[in-house]
Ligand binder design. Sequence first.
Ligand code: NAD
Ligand code: MG
Length: 394
Amino acid sequence: MPVKKISILGATGSVGQSTAQVILAQPELFDIQAVTANSNAELLAQQAIKLKAKQAVVADSSAYQILKESLSGTGIEASCGRQALLEAASAPCDLVMAAIVGFAGLEPIMKAIGSGANVALANKEPLVAAGALVMEAAKKNGCHILPVDSEHNAIFQVFDEGQRRGIERLILTASGGPFRTWTTEQMATATLEQAVTHPNWSMGHKISVDSATLMNKALEVIEAHYLFNMDADKIDVVIHPQSIIHSMVAYEDGSILAQMGAPDMQTPIAYCLGWPDRIRTPGLKLDLKKLIKLDLEPVDTEKFPAIGLAYSCLEKGAAACVAFNAANEVAVEAFLERKTGFTDIVETVRKVFDTIEFVPLETLDDIVSFDGAVRTLAKSYMNNDQHRKKVYLA
Ligand code: NAD
Ligand code: MG
């Protein structure tokens, strides 16, 4: 593989750090342009030095002093603020790893696409909120969106575009999260610690909570719709507690192609970093001699209403998807701050979904301003709701 010039947005996060591990196992294959983070300047500086990056950016300006001091004498350029982040995202590169969490990653992704780079996309929320815009911009600029999310990466690996007409369904697998076997009553008492302890994957807090509500899978249904241009009624979700089959594509002749691997993000990350070649990872590998069981079971959509809401969003259109994501981000943040109960998260999303007016959205500005309006509404529900569940502490 020829040397690839790469920037990593959200380098200090869970996906960002796994990306750095894959790169550092074979640094001769990569030339790192920019690494960015929100505020963890110390870790970012260490990463920038190890990865021999040209520049490091913290979005939060209050972290700049530490970044600057930590990088002094290294020759690595330090900068800060949202504008610096957007500039770093558009610095000339072959590939940008988009691993910021949340809607905050949308504009950086659009900048990366605008620069003509391919985008390895972990950051699913922007695709949920602005899937059509992102995919159209990628097409217009001739760049590939390479899915990092393990399910979509699995589908990408077995989705034969040349045989699209023969593809009947996409089947997303879901581990079921930490509360798969809990009752709704038990879930109402879930603590933050219980919600962020995922049975198979080690991830950032926001996506861990999303995995516990199954909101993560709900977001992934919408993500799959946009990434693979598939109608909602051709996307299924199945529970697979072992997280070994990462997802599947069903063809009309009855063949179902699956991608398997250990639950380690280094595999889909390496696939995207190497694409169209394959590269090594120092991560976990599946030992089939030790493989015990592959269970598949239907999702309990009554216990996990987020899944049904995702299909309703795809029926209603783009504004519903923006609202779905924005309300969830607000509610998860409140839960992470111990200001609301676990089952309030999806209830808030449903309440927003039931009351919001779904306006037509065309431009990035339309989406950003609608996202802001939904956040205000979701916050007002969270602050005023008399029926809010008790917050359970560990
Ligand atoms: P994380 O919280 O561990 O890391 C997030 C990164 O984004 C950090 O580097 C942080 O500094 C940066 N960041 C946060 N807010 C920012 C802002 N406003 N501006 C600029 N930078 C900001 O998150 P993660 O678990 O690595 O997940 C990242 C994305 O990848 C999410 O969208 C998640 O859904 C998706 N994803 C993660 C995994 C996983 O295994 N962690 C798997 C699939 C998809
Ligand atoms: Mg996933």
